[in-house]
Every structure is written in structure tokens, then in C-alpha cells.
Design a protein. Structure first.
Length: 193
């Protein structure tokens, strides 16, 4: 009887590694939302993981260049650290981009130049360009659903756009991409010396 109880307890302990393996291989839902106004030279970027807002940035352009705000506070620029960080983020982005499974890509825009004829003509060209771009993405990620929603403002001057991307990535792929990017940064640093 004691042997049977020990076997059952041993089986329960095996659930811990099974749970960890499933957690590592289960895809995590990601969502990226961005919107911007061309005439005001401003944009907002928000990243959600599992439906929880992780990072929100506002970008505004003025005479001195692009300013980045997080929670209405400007993020200061450090040139030496910024260069190293940008190389690392570029490598990380390239790694994650290949491993991410995009489920939905939706583009919304509101466009008008003041005249109905010119607005509809230019909106048609924008739609053609966006469909060509989405077809290119669809050829690389065939399981992606894509949607273009346009709103032509015939009698006003406006150009606003928004992009929403829903994707999934496993924790294993994310950790692999992080480690690979760190190793690549170390390799680049060693080769420069």
C-alpha cells in the first residue's frame, strides 16, 4: 500500500516539469498598436502582452528633432548607450520577427486634402500601395489575416493612420532570441577590439 502511494506521489511530481514544458512551448499573445498624424508629426506606440499594457510611448517632432515621451515625461537621450542599445534591439527584432506568428494585421487611415476628387484619387493610390505591401507580407507569413480600412474625408485636410498587429510567440523562441542577440553583441564587441 505504501508503494502504491509513493508511485502516485511520484506521478504528481512529474506534473511540475510537464507544466514548465507546456508553459515554455505555449504561445504568448502579443499586440502592437500604433497611430499617428502626419500633419501634426506625432505618433503613439503601445505594446500589449497577454492583453496587459507593457509599454506606451508617444513620439513628437519639433525643430530639435524627435522627442519620445513615456507617461507624459520625456525620455532623455544618451548617445553612447543609445548606440549600443539600438544595435542590440535591431538584432533582437530580427530574431523575433522570424519566429513570431502574425495572426492579424489591420491598417486604418483617415485621409483628405480638401477636395472630393483629389481625396478619392489619392486614397485609391494609397489603397493600391497598402494592398501591394500586405500581399508581400502575406507571401512571407501565409497564415496572417489582413485588413485595410479607409475613411476618405472629402472636405477636410487630414492624414491620420493606425496599425494594429496581433501576433504570438512562444517563451522558448523569445528566450532563444534574447540569448542569441546577447551572444551576437558580445561577438561584435570582441571583434571590434
Amino acid at each position: 500500500m505504501n508503494l502504491v502511494k509513493n508511485i502516485y506521489m511520484m506521478n504528481y511530481y512529474l506534473l511540475i516539469p510537464v507544466f514548465l514544458i507546456l508553459l515554455f512551448l505555449f504561445p504568448i499573445p502579443l499586440m502592437f498598436k500604433t497611430s499617428g498624424n502626419i500633419f501634426k508629426l506625432s505618433a503613439v506606440v503601445v505594446v500589449y502582452i497577454c492583453g496587459i499594457k507593457m509599454k506606451g510611448l508617444a513620439l513628437k517632432t519639433d525643430i530639435h528633432g524627435v522627442k519620445i515621451y513615456e507617461d507624459k515625461k520625456e525620455i532623455p537621450k544618451n548617445n553612447s548607450d543609445e548606440q549600443k542599445e539600438s544595435v542590440y534591439l535591431k538584432q533582437l527584432f530580427l530574431q523575433v520577427k522570424d519566429k513570431m506568428r502574425i495572426q492579424l494585421m489591420q491598417i486604418n487611415y483617415n485621409f483628405g486634402v480638401g477636395g472630393a476628387f483629389q481625396s478619392s484619387l489619392i486614397a485609391g493610390w494609397i489603397n493600391i500601395f497598402l494592398l501591394i505591401l500586405l500581399t508581400r507580407i502575406k507571401s512571407e507569413k501565409p497564415t496572417t489575416s489582413m485588413l485595410v480600412c479607409d475613411n476618405v474625408a472629402y472636405n477636410s485636410t487630414v492624414f491620420e493612420g493606425a496599425l494594429m498587429v496581433k501576433a504570438r510567440i512562444t517563451l522558448f523562441d523569445l528566450v532563444y532570441s534574447l540569448i542569441y542577440s546577447v551572444i551576437l553583441m558580445i561577438y561584435i564587441k570582441i571583434n571590434k577590439k
